[in-house]
Design a protein around this ligand. Structure first.
Ligand SMILES: Cc1cc2nc3c(=O)[nH]c(=O)nc-3n(C[C@H](O)[C@H](O)[C@H](O)COP(=O)(O)OP(=O)(O)OC[C@H]3O[C@@H](n4cnc5c(N)ncnc54)[C@H](O)[C@@H]3O)c2cc1C
Length: 334
């Protein structure tokens, strides 16, 4: 790749495309961001995210590359976005499910075991009802919508042009970076959707300060404090690309689990129920794929907020020097 400044089209204004546009515009490239929806974020999976930045907890089920890149992802968010909250995260289980907590600790690094008193010091509302917890102090979270709005504003401030309601393949650019998420299936047939349902509540009587995962053999749950009394309660992992309304079963399970975590959720107001389909490759690993004249950035699965900044940094380095990170520049698996 040539190292001079280029004219770059980015397709898709989800968290992935926004980070690409911002990073490349700040480096002096002439960036145009194309989004097919008339209103930003209305068709983006990104709006449904937690958005936990949890490289250590995710290691329980994810490839080690997620943790390695995710640590950098948190650093990049913290550099530019003051809404990044670094209070760590907690993993809990009822005393009868302690075996799940032990397994989670074995599958991850960096967990600190907390006894009841230590848990109560961090989260007074929880301390007396759980036999213990795992604490991951270096994890972070943010509220997704304000973060997406921030990225869009910053990309514009850095000189990026934004074209809404434009779904056609861009012409006349030196480089096209395709960040269309699930819609890129037309070019990348191996991409699939993994449905995630979530409920947003306003709970003025709940005072939790960090993301909390409650382990359970059948009804696991996490909740993320978004500020202003808002909590995201999520999220199912269903092999389906449907983004239709939340089912009664899922709503019952998620809300019951939240009530078990903290009975003060019983008085919460339900603000939103909805589902997004996470774009994922068969191995659930993210990919940067230079092919067919495009650079595809896709497959961020459960880690779009965590990894989008890092993949933007890697694409920028590729454009500048041709450098390739072998764990992420992978072939199209189709
Ligand atoms: C319930 C749930 C919880 C989640 N929690 C977390 C979490 O806690 N932490 C985390 O890191 N990740 C989380 N995720 C995952 C994260 O949301 C995704 O990985 C991420 O949103 C994928 O972003 P994206 O930009 O690739 O896709 P999208 O957000 O879907 O963006 C793609 C964009 O491309 C646009 N587009 C489509 N076709 C075209 C076209 N032809 N031209 C122009 N634009 C087009 C779409 O309109 C859309 O705006 C969660 C996901 C869900 C569903």
């Amino acid at each position: 790749m040539a190292s001079s400044k280029q004219s770059i089209a980015v397709r898709g204004a989800g968290v992935v495309g926004l980070w690409q546009a911002l990073t490349l515009a700040r480096q002096g490239h002439a960036v145009t961001l194309y989004e097919r929806s008339e209103e930003p974020f209305t068709e983006a999976c990104s709006l449904y995210a937690g958005a936990m930045l949890a490289p250590h907890c995710e290691e329980e089920s994810a490839d080690p590359v997620i943790r390695r890149l995710g640590v950098r992802g948190i650093a990049l968010w913290r550099e530019i976005y003051s809404g990044t909250v670094t209070n760590g995260s907690l993993v809990l289980a009822q005393t009868r499910d302690r075996v799940l907590l032990d397994r989670f600790a074995r599958m991850t690094h960096d967990a600190q075991r907390l006894d009841e008193a230590e848990l109560a010091a961090l989260e007074p509302d929880l301390g007396q009802r759980f036999g213990g917890a795992l604490y991951y102090p270096n994890e972070a979270h943010l509220a997704p919508k304000p973060a997406l709005e921030f990225l869009l504003d910053e990309a514009i401030a850095a000189g990026a042009r934004i074209k809404l309601g434009e779904g056609d393949s861009p012409k006349d650019s030196d480089i096209v970076i395709d960040c269309r998420g699930l819609a890129a299936k037309d070019d990348l047939p191996a991409v699939r959707g993994v449905r995630g349902e979530r409920i947003v509540v306003r709970a003025r009587d709940v005072a939790l300060h960090r993301p909390i995962r409650l382990l359970h053999p059948r009804f696991p749950l996490y909740t993320v404090p978004w500020g202003d009394g808002l909590y995201m309660i999520g999220a199912t992992v269903i092999e389906s690309e449907e983004t239709g309304p939340v089912s009664v079963r899922s709503a019952l399970e998620l809300l019951s689990a939240a009530y078990a975590l903290d009975p003060a959720f019983g008085e919460a107001e339900i603000v939103a129920l909805g589902a997004g389909a996470r774009p994922a490759f068969p191995d659930n690993r993210p990919r940067i794929i230079p092919a067919k004249g495009y650079i595809y950035v896709n497959g961020l699965y459960r880690h779009g907020f965590l990894l989008a900044p890092v993949l933007a940094e890697l694409v920028a380095a590729y454009i500048e020097t041709g450098a390739v990170e072998p764990e992420v520049f992978l072939a199209d698996p189709a």
